[in-house]
Design a binder for this molecule. Structure first.
Ligand SMILES: Cc1cc2nc3c(=O)[nH]c(=O)nc-3n(C[C@H](O)[C@H](O)[C@H](O)COP(=O)(O)O)c2cc1C
Length: 208
């Protein structure tokens, strides 16, 4: 109960902070867009729950979407990796290219990156969709260290701009949320808030 109260107080204060970040708009007044990608396909995924939690922190001036189509990305085939790749790949490349920032939140499987997430990243190597793209990287797992390190390497190979203050490893994730996916651990909520605030600062600029 005390944890819940502390978490909600922290959330309230961080929400106030986030709503005071002035978000940039393009010359055409296009809103800032964030694409959030969960690395787990599991129904009831804790990583998906974290991405939903971050969506509640995002100021209303930004468009925050969770990409739910990871399962549709076919196995990587260099022979099909050209200007006209399979439709789900082409669609995702465009979504990534159009986004102002990417949030990846993933577990670790067998000391590595979940296969479907790594498969998706392999399709992005030949495109420039992630070049210089600000990325908030969250690995939420039982331990997660290997997947986190491996993703930093892979995202480096893709020339993505992983924001240091927005790279977060959360171990023992299942013990830090309830069955509905609410974060019950105040320290975890605070770390997520801090990482996401830092990320939003990077992709924002003064409106005046
Ligand atoms: C096949 C399998 C392998 C796993 N291997 C690891 C592992 O190597 N390291 C780790 O930290 N967690 C491992 N886990 C535990 C997951 O991190 C944990 O189930 C996590 O909650 C999954 O994320 P999700 O809740 O978003 O689906 C594994 C889970 C499965 C199903």
């Amino acid at each position: 109960m005390e944890n819940y109260i502390l978490t909600s107080i922290i959330n309230k204060s961080i929400r106030l902070t986030l709503h005071h970040i002035k978000m940039k708009t393009t010359p055409l007044n296009k809103p800032v867009t964030l694409l959030a990608i969960p690395g787990s396909l599991r129904a009831g995924s804790s990583n998906h729950a974290i991405l939903r939690y971050l969506s509640t922190l995002a100021p209303s001036t930004i468009e925050y979407s969770i990409y739910d189509e990871l399962v549709t990305i076919p196995p990587f085939d260099p022979g099909l990796d050209n200007d006209e790749p399979p439709l789900p790949v082409a669609t995702l490349r465009q979504l990534l290219a159009d986004a102002d920032g990417i949030v990846i939140c993933t577990p670790e499987y067998a000391f590595g990156v979940p296969g479907q997430l790594k498969n998706m990243l392999d399709w992005m190597v030949s495109s420039s969709s992630l070049v210089d793209k600000p990325v908030c990287l969250i690995t939420a797992s039982s331990v997660g260290e290997n997947a986190h390190a491996s993703l930093l390497l892979t995202l480096g190979a893709l020339s993505a701009n992983v924001i240091e203050e927005a790279a977060l490893l959360i171990p023992f994730i299942r013990a830090k949320m309830d069955k509905e996916g609410n974060i019950t651990d105040a320290v975890t909520a605070q770390s997520l808030n801090a990482a996401f605030t830092a990320f939003l600062k990077v992709i924002s600029e003064p409106a005046d």
